[in-house]
Design a protein around this ligand. Structure first.
Ligand code: KIV
Length: 271
């Protein structure tokens, strides 16, 4: 087995950007260990996200807030041991990037343990941090819309960007983060029209989750896709419902994203 800690990924940010500009779709899924990371890589998933959703999925917590840097380093190392060829993006956990200097130290730990890119959550207040990481060779994936680490500010895991001012804020934050150096954007639980506007306004690929079909790609939590989560969220689909293997469910998801048949309107945030 090839160990991705020793390899460059076959999927690069340059390749993903070219895919966006050619009108292709990008497929992303979460993984937290080597076995599933390998399964995703071998079945066509381009981005493996070591999400801090592991706090809910693996630890059984109600939100992501108790996930630590040590947790993320550990799971990044496991994923890097299995994924071969996919781009590995690791979440920066709650309060691990409160200042640019703190972010640099923590992002460097994730990169040293096998991540190719890091993902903090938040808007233009993160621009200095994004610039600092990017200038020092650490690629950054931004995350806007429903940013789960702000669950207490939002009063729950709620759709964001419905009101015009909130939509404008997300729109301008996306542009500001790209100008600061962000090279990928996850847009979570926003109306599809807003996602389409953001996607058209930025050069970086926009990966949606609960953000409708007008994104450059899609991401889901693997455990939702195979129907073993406590509750399948509205934006997700159980691709294992009809039976078959996990490998086939992942291939069906890849095919559905690539062909534009997933997400359907029912997986979006428009109603
Ligand atoms: O933590 C995670 O899995 C995520 C995705 C849901 C986008 O950030």
């Amino acid at each position: 087995m090839k160990n991705s800690r020793l390899m460059q990924p076959a999927i690069t940010l340059q390749g993903l950007r070219a895919l966006k500009h050619a009108g292709g779709k990008i497929v992303a899924l979460t993984a937290y260990d080597a076995t599933f990371a390998r399964l995703l890589s071998e079945n066509g998933v381009e981005i493996v996200l070591v999400g801090d959703s592991l706090g809910m999925v693996l630890h059984g917590a109600a939100n992501t807030l108790a996930v630590t840097m040590d947790d993320m380093v550990y799971h990044t190392r496991l994923v890097a041991g299995g994924a071969s060829g996919s781009l590995i993006v690791s979440d920066m956990p709650f309060m691990s990037y409160a200042t640019p200097d703190q972010a640099l130290v923590n992002a460097a730990r994730l990169i040293a343990n096998g991540a190719h890119m890091v993902k903090p959550e938040g808007g233009s207040w993160l621009c200095d941090t994004v610039a600092k990481l990017s200038e020092r060779g650490i690629p950054v994936c931004a995350h806007l819309g429903l940013t789960p680490q702000s669950v207490n500010k939002f009063g729950g895991h709620r759709i964001q960007g419905r009101e015009p001012e909130a939509a404008e804020m997300i729109f301008s934050d996306a542009q500001a983060l790209e100008a600061a150096g962000a090279e990928l954007l996850v847009l979570e639980c926003v109306p599809s029209a807003l996602a389409g506007r953001v996607r058209a306004a930025v050069s970086m690929p926009v990966i949606g989750i609960g953000a409708g079909p007008d994104c450059d790609g899609q991401v889901l939590v693997l455990h939702d896709l195979i129907g073993v989560s406590m509750r399948t969220p509205r934006m997700a689909k159980n691709f294992l419902q009809q039976g078959g293997s996990i490998q086939q469910a992942v291939r069906d998801y890849v095919q559905a994203v690539k062909s534009g048949t997933f997400p359907e309107p029912m997986h979006g945030s428009d109603h």
